[in-house]
Ligand binder design. Structure first.
Ligand SMILES: NC(=O)c1ccc[n+]([C@@H]2O[C@H](COP(=O)([O-])OP(=O)(O)OC[C@H]3O[C@@H](n4cnc5c(N)ncnc54)[C@H](OP(=O)(O)O)[C@@H]3O)[C@@H](O)[C@H]2O)c1
Length: 214
């Protein structure tokens, strides 16, 4: 099963690090192109290749690690998914310019974190996400831990838990296998409509849960 990662920022690069650390091959892409990822792929060794957006997007399993505001445009320009697996690792937040009025808005409870919630009109984010990837089998995973925590699956004498949810058993089983191979403890939260809202940042009840299986 080939793996592509779209987005090579804080989250995408650390997902690549976790995969590389376990010898799992993947192609990673960003906006600026493969040359800009030369340092990262040199650090990570031969299992991770830098590719174009099109190359990462044609994998059997595509991990989306883009900012919410970029999703519709980037995903909308990609070829048909034809039942391939897409991992939604995103959260519906906007990253704020520290000098913008939003960053100093006292009514924004997340201003201190440099983010604000994006209003999705009452829908949960994976319900919106799946409309951006018609024909894909969507599994939500890798979205609820801070990117740095992904580098430490073994912690406090146990395994850090990683939640996942989705509507299709085979797709979930394949994602679960990746979670297991990377040393995390997988917890199946059910369908996308059940698990998605539970883990969605910032206000899902499990959105910031950092559980360790001892
Ligand atoms: N950071 C975290 O701790 C964390 C944890 C859990 C979930 N998340 C979620 O993960 C997502 C990404 O967050 P992040 O912190 O990793 O953001 P980030 O550091 O800003 O990274 C975003 C990445 O998207 C790439 N990108 C933008 N437009 C693109 C395009 N047209 N084609 C290909 N790549 C494109 C950027 O490429 P360039 O570098 O070339 O601009 C960059 O590599 C967000 O939805 C966030 O909510 C983040």
């Amino acid at each position: 099963m080939s793996i592509g990662i779209i987005g090579a920022g804080a989250l995408g690069s650390n997902i690549a690090r976790v995969l590389a650390g376990n010898g799992i091959a993947a192609t990673i892409a960003n906006r600026r192109g493969p040359d800009s990822l030369a340092e990262l792929v040199q650090e990570l060794g031969p299992s991770i290749m830098a590719g174009s957006l099109a190359e990462a997007a044609r994998a059997d399993i595509v991990i989306v690690a883009l900012r919410w505001v970029d999703l519709e445009k980037v995903l909308g320009g990609l070829p048909a998914w034809n039942g391939r697996i897409v991992i939604d690792a995103t959260n519906p937040v906007a990253f704020l310019d520290p000098d913008s009025p939003d960053a100093k808005d006292p009514t924004n409870p997340l201003a201190a974190y440099g983010i604000k919630v994006i209003d999705l009109g009452g829908k949960h984010s994976s319900a919106v996400f799946r409309t951006f990837v018609p024909g894909a089998r969507v599994v939500k995973a890798f979205n609820h831990l801070a990117a740095e925590a992904l580098l430490k699956p073994a912690v406090a004498g146990g395994q850090r838990a990683l939640f996942y949810s989705g509507d299709e058993a085979d797709a979930k089983a394949k994602v679960r296998k990746i979670i297991e191979q990377t040393g995390f403890y997988p917890i199946d939260l059910g369908t996308l409509d059940v698990g998605g809202p539970l883990t969605s940042l910032p206000f899902g009840p499990l959105g910031t849960a950092n559980l360790v299986r001892i």
